[in-house]
Design a protein around this ligand. Structure first.
Ligand SMILES: *Cc1c(COP(=O)(O)O)cnc(C)c1O
Length: 432
């Protein structure tokens, strides 16, 4: 018997890994101890929504912000209760509003585009690069209009976007750049930390991310004024602009996006673990790439020579003409071996009902049909052919290429691919 050529489970063979792989647990004694210290103080949040020193949060929130600045080399960090809040805060702090357009990626978590709508501005979707899955600078250029105010870049799956090209376009057209680094803490572009290259960076600490506080987010910026505006939006800006003497009151309506002391205490401990967790992830993903790269029709993740990819997820492309299997059959066969992959990632965002029907605030078409908006944005199928092809046909991914899996586990992944590909004709025949 040869493990590589044994009958795959989809043809009745024995599954390679019948039990589920272990969960990703990074919470340990360090976090428990830190939480108990906060509990012992009895004060779980120090924020006051008034003009006072406590307006900026308690000791753990500030310590997390300081640690974040230190680790990523940012001048300011503002801790909030999610990356979604951080994205909305970023758009608000930049003064974006009704009638403005913001260029966004369609291949991301929905909030990286919907944050624009919260300020009555219009998301304009540009296409992505088929190798990095991040915004394609050429497509950004084609979408610029006199109404464009900003670009929201997503470092998708942990691979940095082409920041030099994007920052050059932004400079040329006087646009702000927000980096959604929710999936990329520790990813580097030309040795620079993602999330610190544009005007504002956004990180997520939700429970699915590389490090987490359950829910949480961090906004980073090197601009003091933007940092203050973000702190105002985090905490009921409208109530404090007058006593605090804030003159620019554009978008100075605040919310409660505050982070608790408990979450901040957990975040401080999690941040200390980021680099080791990422190193382990890289050992596993590099081994998987080594195992997959010679297989026909299987295209492992691309890494640009100037990039450090941190593999929040491991995304693969299939060329069915080379491996003689459509994506759905390959993913099904892998699942039956016990190796979980998903097809397509997320549907291109512009296909969501909100964009297709242009219904959001009330039922009169606002903000898409609005006296302030004189543009003509399109959300038709076909506007971003690269994303549509990746979603419909080529891309599949796994989230479990991370600790506590071992290199032996990863070798099983490779064996599964080989077993399935060797039998591709029989697998095809079995379903037709
Ligand atoms: C997870 C994620 C978000 C949102 O993060 P939350 O903290 O859950 O709000 C935003 N953008 C991207 C790219 C993400 O992966």
């Amino acid at each position: 018997m040869n493990a590589m050529t044994d009958k795959p489970a989809i043809l009745g063979g024995k599954p390679l890994h019948p039990d589920p792989f272990p969960a990703y647990i990074t919470i340990g004694d360090e976090e428990k101890k830190a939480v108990m210290e906060v509990m012992d103080t009895g004060v779980l949040s120090h924020f006051y929504g008034s003009d006072s020193p406590q307006f900026f949060g308690g000791p753990k929130v500030r310590a997390l912000e300081d640690a974040w600045c230190e680790r990523f080399g940012s001048a300011h960090a503002v801790a909030v209760n999610s990356a979604t809040s951080a994205l909305m805060t970023a758009v608000g702090a930049l003064g974006i509003g009704a009638g403005d357009e913001v260029i966004v990626s369609p291949y991301t978590m929905s909030a990286s585009a919907s944050c624009v709508l919260v300020y009555n501005a219009i998301p304009v979707f540009a296409d992505i690069d088929p190798s990095t899955f991040c915004l394609d600078p050429q497509s950004i250029r084609e979408r610029i209009t006199p109404r464009t105010k900003a670009i929201i870049v997503v470092h998708l799956f942990g691979h940095p976007a082409d920041m030099d090209a994007i920052m050059a376009i932004a400079k040329e057209h006087n646009l702000a750049v927000i980096e959604d680094a929710a999936q990329s803490p520790g990813a580097l572009y030309k040795n620079r930390e993602t999330g610190t290259i544009g005007d504002i960076g956004v990180f997520s600490l939700n429970c699915h991310k590389v490090i987490q506080t359950g829910e949480g987010g961090i906004l980073t910026t090197n601009n003091k004024d933007l940092a203050l505006r973000a702190q105002l939006i985090r905490n009921h800006a409208e109530a404090v602009v007058e006593p605090m003497g804030v003159e620019n009151i554009v978008n100075m309506l605040g919310w409660n996006y505050r982070m608790t002391e408990i979450d901040a205490a957990i975040g401080i401990e999690q941040l200390k673990k980021l680099d080791l967790l990422t190193e382990t992830r890289l050992q596993l993903t590099n081994r998987l790439t080594d195992g997959l790269k010679e297989l026909p029709g299987i295209i492992p993740p691309y890494v640009h020579p100037d990039a450090r990819h941190v593999y929040y997820v491991y995304a693969v492309k299939i060329d069915s003409s080379q491996c003689n299997l459509p994506r759905d059959l390959l993913v099904k066969a892998l699942a039956l071996e016990g190796i979980p992959f998903w097809e397509g990632y997320t549907e291109p965002l512009y296909l969501q009902p909100l964009y297709q029907k242009r219904i959001l605030y009330g039922d009169k078409g606002c903000p898409f049909t609005c006296a302030c908006y004189d543009g003509d944005v399109s959300y038709k199928r076909g506007i971003c052919p690269v994303v549509e092809r990746l979603y419909d046909e080529e891309l599949f991914l796994t989230e479990i290429c991370r600790p506590p899996l071992t290199t032996e586990d990863i070798d099983l992944f490779v064996t599964a691919f080989k077993r399935i590909l060797v039998h591709s004709d029989e697998i095809q025949a079995s379903v037709t």
